[in-house]
Design a protein around this ligand. Structure first.
Ligand code: NCD
Length: 309
């Protein structure tokens, strides 16, 4: 048993600096000694409930569980193939799935849905993205990646680029970075700026934030650029999406003019915001970022199931 046993991971605000440190350190331990833990979670079952599309998040949670010897049950298209399609509430789904599994990972289009499920579920619930709300496990793997790529978090200048209004990964990552001594640059077209409540909360914690729509200047001053997709599925007005898509493109020509050694990250999937001519550069960290997701999710599962810590 540890302080993590049985906890829900719904929003970055649920985690203290010490909690985040413990998760990142456990992930590093799993990365170093993966084979030693191949049976750690053998008594346990993970259920993944995905009401929105996913490739990385669902498969990396399932891979993490399997790598630790646990078992997985899954509803990949929960919106159409689970009883949600018959009108079942999240609370009833929670009580039901908790009878089959020891931990539940949920992705859902509604902000607050993961919290709603967690309140009714007697087992740990992990939020894998609730609409435009939060995506805390992505933020944790992003922190882990920045530390691995740059050797530290303190003292860095980090640019978050793209759809800062609708992107849940940047909402969670900005809040997570506030635990370190970083300065942030928010690079977005005016219509897609970071929500004011997040910016205000970060400033109140003393985080230095600059908002701009100038990608080149961001590239010339930041140590890390975290690029995101314009979230087409969140737009009510298709013309507005067409107007804004392609607002920013990170390509090799930009990297050549950027701060030397700049790290380029992306939660993926990308559409056209990072040109494929960047992929072969050492700056491109986004596929290493994908791989880091497995170790971080191994850590989260082992911690909430009380198997380490
Ligand atoms: C992100 C998501 O689903 O929020 N993907 C992911 O989990 N890596 C980013 C996105 O969809 O743009």
């Amino acid at each position: 048993m540890s302080a993590f046993t049985g906890r829900d991971i719904i929003a970055i605000g649920d985690l203290s600096h010490e909690d985040i440190r413990a998760i990142l350190d456990q992930a590093a331990a799993f990365d170093r000694h993966r084979r030693e833990y191949a049976h750690l979670l053998s008594p346990f079952i993970l259920a993944t409930l995905f009401y929105e599309p996913s490739t990385r998040t669902r498969l990396s949670f399932e891979s993490a569980m399997l790598r630790l010897g646990g078992k997985v049950i899954s509803v990949a298209e929960a919106r159409t193939s689970s009883s949600a399609a018959k009108g079942e509430t999240l609370a009833d789904t929670a009580r039901t799935v908790a009878a089959y599994a020891d931990v539940i990972v949920i992705r859902h289009p509604a902000v607050g849905s993961a919290r709603e499920l967690a309140e009714a579920a007697p087992v740990s619930v992990i939020n894998a993205g609730d609409g435009t709300g939060e995506h805390p496990t992505q933020a944790l793997l992003d922190l882990y990646t920045i530390e691995r790529e740059r050797g530290r978090l303190d003292g860095l200048r980090i640019g978050l680029v793209g759809d800062l209004k609708n992107g849940r990964t940047v909402h969670s990552l900005a809040r997570a970075l506030a635990h370190w001594d970083v300065s942030l640059m928010f690079v977005a077209p005016p219509a897609l700026r970071m929500p004011e409540d997040i910016t205000a909360a970060l400033r109140a914690r003393g985080v230095e934030i600059e908002e701009t729509d100038d990608l080149l200047r961001a590239a010339q001053t930041c140590d890390v650029l975290y690029v995101t997709r314009i979230q087409r599925e969140r737009f009510e007005d298709a013309d507005e999406y067409i107007r804004l898509k392609g607002s920013y493109v990170v390509d090799r020509a930009l990297i050549e003019r950027a701060k030397p050694g700049i790290t380029i990250m992306h939660p993926l999937p990308r559409v056209d915001e990072i040109a494929t001519d960047v992929d072969a550069l050492p700056n491109a960290a986004y596929f290493r970022q994908v791989a880091n997701g497995v170790a971080v999710r191994m850590a989260l599962l082992a911690l909430v199931l009380g198997a380490v810590g």
